[in-house]
Design a protein around this ligand. Structure first.
Ligand SMILES: [Zn+2]
Length: 144
């Protein structure tokens, strides 16, 4: 009888732990950048544009304020800075990412203002879906 009660409890705690893991990703399924004081979500749209959304402590989108963002794609053909447009809650690239089908590094630099030191984030741009969490690999929240 005791074993029958313990098993559902174990499953429940496993489900809770799994849910906690998921919260480390961005609210829209992108990669969470642990910048401070505001975190930001890095998302690649279906058109291969990059969206950076600043998030408050409740993971709600907020205005970028004085923040400045620079994004550089680093495919084999060479480093390519991406032009960004300011939005109500962050930045979006005006052009699509170069070299479709190639997995390469993207560097995101976030500054609190134009004079501040940059906070750098390096992301391997693998858009293939992860078999476990179903998110794109660049945004995978699995612990492996
Ligand atoms: Zn995953």
């Amino acid at each position: 009888m005791k074993n029958c009660l313990l098993l559902p409890l174990f499953l429940l705690s496993a489900a809770l732990a799994c849910g906690a893991d998921k919260s480390t990703g961005g609210p829209r399924g992108g990669r969470l950048l642990e910048s401070s004081p505001l975190a930001a979500e890095f998302l690649v749209t279906p058109e291969r544009r990059i969206e950076i959304t600043f998030l408050d402590s409740q993971r709600q989108p907020v205005a970028p304020g004085t923040r400045v963002v620079a994004v550089t794609a680093e495919p084999k053909s060479g480093r390519t800075p991406l032009a960004l447009t300011r939005t109500a809650t962050g930045f979006v690239s005006t052009a699509a990412l170069p070299s479709p089908g190639e997995t390469y590094r993207v560097v995101v630099q976030i500054r609190e203002n134009a004079e501040a030191r940059p906070q750098n984030f390096r992301i391997d741009l693998n858009l293939a879906p992860c078999g476990e969490c179903k998110l794109a690999e660049y945004a995978c929240t699995c612990t492996h």
